[in-house]
Design a protein around this ligand. Structure first.
Ligand SMILES: Nc1ncnc2c1ncn2[C@@H]1O[C@H](COP(=O)(O)OP(=O)(O)OP(=O)(O)O)[C@@H](O)[C@H]1O
Ligand SMILES: [Mg+2]
Length: 399
């Protein structure tokens, strides 16, 4: 995977940016608030069609452009994938509906053909590290699910579709549960939704089980190296509907990852269905679906200790870095090519040993874009071999 051209129009603080992108390492340098992170955000958007930190796509459109009744932000990129060149274009279109409420939608073209978003997620692949991603480890479970979903959607073609269908079915089912709880009615109306929920849900659980096991192995070995063998990192995936029989020793299980990879998708489906039947009365009383992928949890353990609760700042940072590097290897394994690596301000808070480990790994990747406010953090030799882009106020400064 290699980006060769990037163009932004009315995206964040870039009125217009047109740039050829070389291979190897690119250092994006600039003072605070000049647009460095926005470039990474735009590139990541091409892979996931979502921003990791914007709450809505509307925030991505340039403020001034966004005041118009019809406002458009655009990202266009050329890239090479498995030796073939492609052009991906995405427009974020903000329009007012008849009640004067502004809404944003996405329009996507791959090689000039109009596509649905779900058809193109992961055609271009990237791995992004932002400092605020520490909340993946430290924050609420929804942060971890979102993180996992963004990685898996890029690699497993049906994952994004299953996820969005699951979400849709879930809200319909919840509405019905609520209605049955409040007004009564024929409970068998739920059968229709249960069947659909389980079909999509089982596939998501199955994919998560396998991806987590592969990532666990990759991240474990990277983390071992990054911590100079001091820490053993384990990922503990805990599905809310667990296809494994309930453990006799609860406490034991919480802190030890369990192997669920031998369980077939059909078995998960059947078990999930049965569990929903058992929970039906309780769920009607509560008016919500209490099990399923929307409540899954993932924990990060270092030497058996939960980092979400007990991790130090540095431990959490190194863990996220191990995860990101593992994601990169995992994408290569699954899809046969390296993703583009996007690293926002990673060096500033790493100690010297970790910094040099990381730079070594970056040098080995085909294409990596790194942002920094201070080129002095990098080894002069490293800078000499990299391309430097100076960003000032949403523009590329000529060197
Ligand atoms: N929709 C938007 N339209 C115009 N400007 C925006 C929009 N969204 C954000 N900005 C502005 O764009 C600027 C660039 O933000 P960005 O996060 O890319 O900066 P940065 O160079 O990464 O800064 P830092 O070093 O502080 O991380 C900020 O000043 C921000 O206020
Ligand atoms: Mg930034």
């Amino acid at each position: 995977m290699q980006l060769s051209y990037l163009s932004l129009t009315q995206f964040r603080n870039f009125a217009r940016l047109d740039i050829d992108v070389p291979s190897g390492v690119i250092l994006i340098v600039g003072d605070n608030g000049q647009g460095k992170t926005s470039i990474l955000e735009a590139i990541y958007f091409l892979a996931t069609f979502a921003s990791f930190h914007a709450e809505s796509d509307r925030q991505l459109i340039n403020f001034i452009e966004g005041r118009k009744s019809l406002a458009v932000g655009r990202i266009v990129a050329d890239y090479e994938r498995l030796e073939k060149s492609h052009r991906l274009e995405v427009s974020i279109v903000q329009e007012e509906n008849k009640n004067g409420i502004a809404r944003a939608r996405k329009e996507v073209w791959l090689d000039k053909n109009k596509k649905k978003v779900n058809q193109v997620i992961g055609h271009f692949q990237a791995v992004l590290f932002l400092p605020q991603m520490l909340r993946v480890v430290e924050g609420s479970p929804s942060n971890r699910r979102r993180y996992l979903d963004m990685a898996l959607s890029q690699v497993i073609s049906e994952y994004a579709v299953n996820l969005s269908e699951y979400g849709r079915i879930l809200s319909q089912r919840n509405a019905l549960l609520k209605q049955l709880g409040e007004q009564g009615g024929d409970f068998s109306q739920l059968d229709f939704w249960d069947e659909r929920l389980v079909l999509r849900g089982a596939s998501i659980i199955f994919q998560r089980i396998h991806a987590m096991q592969e990532l666990d192995r990759l991240a474990g070995s990277i983390h071992h190296e990054l911590t100079r063998s001091a820490e053993v990192l384990r990922l503990n995936y805990r599905p809310a509907y667990d296809p494994l029989p309930a453990p006799t020793n609860q406490i034991q299980l919480l802190d030890t990852p369990v192997d669920r990879t031998k369980i077939s998708q059909e078995k998960i489906q059947a078990g999930f269905m049965q569990r929903l039947a058992e929970l039906r009365d309780e769920e009607i009383a509560r008016g919500v679906t209490t099990i399923g992928p929307h409540r899954d949890e993932l924990r990060f353990l270092s030497n058996g200790i939960d980092l979400g609760t007990y991790g130090s700042r540095g431990q959490v940072r190194t863990t996220m870095l191990s995860m990101k590097l593992a994601e990169m290897d995992w994408m290569k394994q699954r899809s046969g090519h390296w993703p583009v690596l996007l690293l926002d301000e990673v060096l500033a808070e790493l100690d010297t040993a970790r910094r040099s480990d990381l730079l070594k790994r970056i040098t080995a990747s085909r294409q990596a874009l790194l942002t920094t406010t201070d080129l002095g953090l990098f080894d002069p030799e490293f800078v000499k071999n990299a391309t430097v882009w100076n960003i000032e106020n949403g523009r590329l400064k000529e060197n």
